[in-house]
Design a protein around this ligand. Structure first.
Ligand code: GLN
Length: 552
């Protein structure tokens, strides 16, 4: 019988509820238990695929594409889900199914289409019970399909949000319907430190627990986020006001070492506490390999400087899987990746700004969409070629690398039809099947696809095998006729799809490490198993660094 953990957030969003949820999952995994994760997102988008990364962080792409059928005759492809799933996959080293991202958009769509189909004839369709029933049904479906020992559901948003309230109500009903030891509620809250009086303030937590109580939910565990660790008086106060035993009030101060967090929870007894709550028989946790890995991340290391030119440079979360993949690769080469965003719009005005790229050991050209900043990104790829800076272009980044290469070969009018629909040489253009698609949601070429690597290439060297599955999210592709024209002229097509229709990766011939992938290897990188392509990129960057330090 599956046990259910629900994780709610208080006071503020963005305090690391996703990492907390994943770390709690890890506590059960340490004890040999099977874990699955759900994220419930209160927004009305059907999936986050159409959201701007500045607004909502990265869009995570799953391996499987789910055909979501909200009602007879309707079907939507879903493989674009909330970025927290990246954290879940990295912590739990498992592939999560896109149906585990339950959005209000999906819940309402299913309910309304069923209403039109006559599914509720004669009845008034209401948030309670129809929306809340649909939410509970979605959660139970995940439990039934995979029968995990523990299913953790992270509720997006913050308690008190209007949008989040149907989810809280669904959890209240869920608790009522299950035995009390089947469900645990974890509340993640902020405990700020007030510099002026040198004190931790628990009042915001007291308020958010009150809001939770008014929704009929008593938390079983409180995880206190904040700048500083909880002091004993602060812990006791939270315990008293929230009606939670003090050993279930867990301190989780800021850290850049996120892989430490499960161990930190373990030290405070949270793993055993939750297992006792669920009446699991006592099992001792096996922490050794996770401990070794976390230690590697903590160790003092030489740094390798990576430039990330692009346009979504305002928030760190826009490229979280890329940042993590770079970090996994660096740590496993005994280095630390220092990632710096470079806004490419100013480069378009003043090409001398490209010179700053000389200061980096590697350039990662980011995925993206649209026109803004793209010309600057093409210039960056040209600069990488000229100065032989190790370079990895991902998706859009690979397309722009290809454009830069075509221009260097004399095709001055080379561009992507996405950037300039009138381009003289549209060397990057829509995939043929995309030409008739006008709807934007869930219509890109998505999910995991098998790719075939060409022996003798840098890509093949990285993976060490001929066939791999990687994840895609694109509408445009490199036009093979143009690419074939330049094969032998310095460009190598290092991977195709198995029908030999879509170019999956290109690289520069010779010893300059410059690779572009149409796919996103970052989504499958794990702290203990970095993506091979990111690993080789980091090795090339470290080589440049060592060469430079010898020179000086
Ligand atoms: N905009 C490009 C395309 O649709 C690249 C997408 C991406 O970088 N994920 O093909």
């Amino acid at each position: 019988m599956t046990k259910f953990v629900f994780v709610t957030g208080g006071v503020l969003s963005g305090i690391g509820k996703g990492v907390t949820s994943a770390a709690i999952g890890k506590l059960f995994q340490f004890r040999g238990l099977e874990v699955d994760m759900i994220k419930a997102d209160p927004y009305l988008n059907v999936d986050p695929g159409t959201l701007n990364p500045i607004e909502h962080g990265e869009v995570f792409v799953t391996d499987e594409v789910w055909e979501f059928k909200p009602s007879e005759g309707f079907s939507f492809s879903i493989a674009e889900i909330d970025q927290d799933f990246g954290t879940y996959e990295r912590f739990l080293d498992k592939t999560v199914h896109p149906r585990n991202n339950v959005t209000s958009g999906q819940v309402y769509l299913a309910t309304l289409l069923q209403e039109r189909a006559g599914g509720f004839l004669g009845r008034t369709v209401q948030i309670i019970p129809h929306i809340t029933d649909e939410i509970k049904r979605r959660i139970r479906r995940v439990a039934e399909r995979g029968s995990p020992d523990v299913l953790i559901t992270e509720l997006g948003g913050t308690v008190g949000d209007i949008e989040a309230s149907p989810f809280l109500e669904a959890v209240r009903q869920f608790k009522l319907e299950e035995r009390f030891d089947q469900v645990a509620l974890v509340h993640v809250t902020l405990v700020p430190y007030l510099e002026t009086i040198g004190q931790l303030k628990t009042k915001p937590t007291q308020h958010s627990v009150k809001t939770l109580l008014s929704a009929g939910l008593q938390p079983d565990v409180i995880v206190a986020r904040g700048e500083k660790p909880l002091t004993d008086p602060a812990r006791d106060k939270i315990s008293l006001y929230s009606n939670v035993p003090s050993e279930a009030v867990i301190s989780n101060p800021d850290t850049s070492e996120i892989y430490e967090i499960p161990l930190r929870f373990e030290r405070q007894g949270l793993g055993d506490y939750l297992c006792d709550h669920f009446r699991f028989r006592a099992r001792s946790p096996n922490l050794s390999s996770w401990k070794d890995m976390a230690l590697k991340f903590k160790k003092e290391k030489e740094s390798v400087r990576i430039a990330m030119p692009g346009k979504y440079t305002q928030i760190m979360d826009s490229y979280v899987s890329i940042n993590e993949a770079l970090e996994h690769a660096a740590v496993n080469s005994d280095a630390k990746a220092r990632i710096e965003f470079v806004d490419t719009e100013p480069i378009e005005e003043d090409l001398s700004k490209l010179d700053i790229l000389e200061n980096y050991h590697g350039i990662l050209l980011t995925p993206g969409f649209g026109t803004r900043g793209a010309e600057g990104m093409i210039k960056v790829a040209q600069k990488a070629m000229d100065s032989k800076i190790p370079f990895l272009g991902i998706c859009f980044g690979a397309q722009l690398f290809f454009i830069a290469f075509c221009r260097r070969m004399g095709l001055n009018g080379a561009n992507s039809a996405e950037i300039d629909p009138e381009a003289e040489h549209p060397v990057v253009d829509l995939l043929p099947e995309q030409k008739k698609i006008s709807e934007k949601g869930g219509t890109m070429r998505l999910g995991g696809h098998e790719i075939v690597l060409k022996p003798g290439t840098k890509l093949f060297k990285a993976y060490g095998k001929k066939r791999v599955v990687e994840r895609f999210r694109h509408r445009y592709h490199l036009i093979p006729e143009y690419a074939h024209r330049f094969e032998g002229g310095g460009l190598v097509i290092s991977a195709m799809d198995k029908d030999r229709r879509i170019i999956n990766a290109i690289e520069i011939e010779g010893d300059h490490w410059m690779v572009g992938t149409q796919f996103h290897p970052e989504f499958t990188s794990r702290p203990e198993k970095p993506s091979p392509i990111y690993s080789d990129f980091i090795s090339a960057a470290l080589k440049r660094k060592r060469r430079e330090s010898k020179k000086s």
